[in-house]
Every structure is written in C-alpha cells, then in structure tokens.
Design a protein around this ligand. Structure first.
Ligand code: TXA
Ligand code: MG
Length: 327
C-alpha cells in the first residue's frame, strides 16, 4: 500500500506542474486529501470510493452534521458507471458539462462509491468540472473525487489557494496533504445543483448556471422549497437516510432479536462495531454501510452504543438522533 508523504510546510504558489499532479495521485491512493481549484471554488478532495478518506473531509471541515458531497469525474462514461442517467440528465450533461452544474441522480446499487458521499441516501451528485487543472487531476488520478468547498464549515468558499490555506489546518494538524494552486476560480460561485432523481426536476442550489438556462433545457424546473406546502427552511429541505428498523442510541445491551452496533470496547459482543479502537474517523467511515447492513429486516431494533460527542462524534450523533426520531 501507499503511505502518505510527510510534508510539514508546502509551498503552494504556482505549484500545478506534472510532479505535483503525480504527488496528488499518490495522496489520493493513500487515502489523503488534496485541495484543488475548480472553475467555481476550491474543493477539498478525497477518493470518493474510500470511506476513511471521505470521513476525513468532514473531520477537517468541522461540520457538525453529514451532508452529501459532490463527486467529481473526468468524463460522462465514468459518470454513467456511477449513476442512472435518464434523457433529461443526458440532455443537460451534454449541454453544460464540463461546467458549474451538479446533477443529483439515483446511484447504481453496485457502484464503488462510499455510502458517506451520499450521506446514506440512494442518490449521488455528479459534476464534470471545466477547470483545466481539475481536469488534469481527475485524469491522472483516475478515481472519482468527492469534494465540498475547501473551507471550514461556516466560512466563505475559497476562490484562491491562499483562502484554503487560511481556512483549513495544515497537514500536520490533519488538514489536506497538498493544496494545488491553480490561481483564481473564474466563476467564483458554487455549482448549480439540480435534482433529477425523481420525476420533478428541482433546483436544490442556485449557482454558476442560471435558473433560466437550466429550465429552458429541462422544460420545467422547480426551486426547492418554493411551494405552499413546505416552509422555506434549508434544514427541512435536506433529505435524510432513515433506517426502517427502530433505532435507539446510548444503549449497551440488546435482546436476542435486536442488533447492537458497538463503539470501542463498551459492549462486549456487538453485532457490528463502528470502531473497535474507538476511532471516530473510522466510525464515521463505517456508519452508513453498517446501518444499511443491520437494516434488512432481520432485527427488531438497532441499538447503538454511546458515541463521544466531540469532533466527528457530533456529526455521527446528529445523524443517529435523526434516525432514532424517524425510526
Ligand atoms: O461548485 C461546487 O459545487 C463546489 C466545487 C468544489 O465543486 N462544491 C461544493 O460542494 O460546493 P458542497 O459539498 O459545499 O455542496 C454540495 C451541495 C450541498 O448543498 C448538498 O446538500 C448538495 O450539493 N448535494 C450533494 N449531494 C446531494 C444528494 N445526493 N442529494 C441532494 N443534495 C445533494
Ligand atoms: Mg460549501
């Protein structure tokens, strides 16, 4: 296997050369993080098929909850291998890709993507970025790259490499192993996110491509939350993965027909263990796939051991609370 290169201080200015792209590939293969320019904003990238690497994204951004991430790919063939494209998706992908458009589509059941990029949902947001450096990176790396904006949660999205360096910790403190400097992002605004996973085309986030040109090619395009039924609150618009099986938190025992999802050594014989070593990044990486495994109707309840409410534990507990409420 690969090991992560040790870099204590990196010079980022104008570093987008062949050697640096090779280093980026190495870092992705080893489960590391690379911040890179796109035409919209800088992204904080990880190999989208690596659960642990994707979990690190949430850790570095210090997000108190998991939201699904955009998966970046080099070409439409790769995109079709990850999700189901219908005529609408083919049409707008053909017109706006590469470019500032992310399309939410049903995931292929057996695709290699980490369930964490979808926050446990059965959909995935895909985008082919137009920026030349991003294209080179995706082609040399040859893996789909999950990337939210490369800023700490709650801060402004970065449009210069220096913004990334100022917002995120350095590699010694768990931040990205590399920041690829491609100069200024020329769109400077995040991609438009269009949900085509259901019958109604829905604009989830206005962005780099105008609503008018999107609806021109889609026939109709509903703005998320813009109706009389649901209140316009971003928190309520987000869909969440909810298991069918009732879920209980902070439980250390189970009846014979119940599952117990362990953490560390608190429970002696858990059905599955999020992290035997009580590592929160590992627990986050396993969360959605283990919930899916226990939610096949074979148990009367899913009991989850206590998870410390610090760092990534906050995002894990947030998601478990919603699952417990829904269940
Ligand atoms: O321009 C951009 O889109 C940048 C660059 C780096 O590509 N990325 C970005 O990612 O802004 P992020 O994670 O900050 O925003 C992703 C947006 C969120 O609003 C998220 O809720 C939505 O896309 N999203 C992603 N996957 C989704 C899914 N499966 N279902 C619904 N919404 C999804
Ligand atoms: Mg963002």
């Amino acid at each position: 296997m690969y090991s992560l290169p040790k870099i204590s201080k990196i010079s980022i200015k104008g570093n987008a050369n062949e050697a640096v792209f090779k280093r980026a590939t190495h870092i992705f293969n080893a489960g590391g993080l690379v911040a890179f320019p796109t035409e919209t904003v800088y992204g904080l990238g990880a190999d989208a098929t690596n659960d642990q690497a994707v979990a690190r994204i949430f850790q570095v951004k210090k997000r108190p909850h998991f939201n699904p991430l955009i998966v970046h790919i080099a070409d439409i063939e790769t995109a079709r291998g990850l999700a189901y494209f219908d005529d609408r998706a083919e049409r707008i992908a053909g017109i706006f890709w590469p470019g500032p458009l992310s399309i939410v589509l049903p995931r292929r059941e057996n695709c290699d993507l980490s369930p964490l990029v979808s926050a446990g949902l059965d959909t995935v947001a895909l985008r082919i970025p137009g920026n030349a450096h991003a294209q080179t990176l995706l082609k040399t790396t040859a893996c789909p790259i999950a990337a939210p904006s490369a800023n700490r949660s709650g801060e402004i999205s970065p449009t210069l490499a220096i913004h990334v360096a100022n917002s995120l910790p350095g590699p010694d403190e768990g931040g990205p192993e590399l920041i690829l400097d491609g100069g200024r992002c020329n769109v400077g605004l995040e991609s438009s996110v269009v949900d085509l996973s259901g019958p109604t085309a829905t604009l989830l986030r206005p962005g780099g491509i105008s609503r008018n040109s999107l609806s021109h090619h889609l026939g109709s395009l509903v703005l998320a939350g813009n109706n009389n039924v649901s209140p316009r609150s971003p928190g309520m618009l987000e869909r969440h993965y909810a298991p069918q099986t009732p879920l209980k938190m902070n439980v250390t025992s189970a009846l014979s027909n119940e599952a117990i999802l362990g953490f560390g050594k608190i429970v002696s014989n858990p059905t599955l263990n999020l992290s035997p070593n009580a590592d929160l990044t590992e627990a986050a990486a396993n969360l959605f796939s283990m919930l899916h495994q226990l939610d096949k109707g074979q148990f009367a309840a899913i009991n989850v051991a206590p998870i410390p409410n610090k760092g990534l534990g906050q995002a894990i507990n947030d998601r478990l609370r919603r699952a417990a409420y829904n269940g």
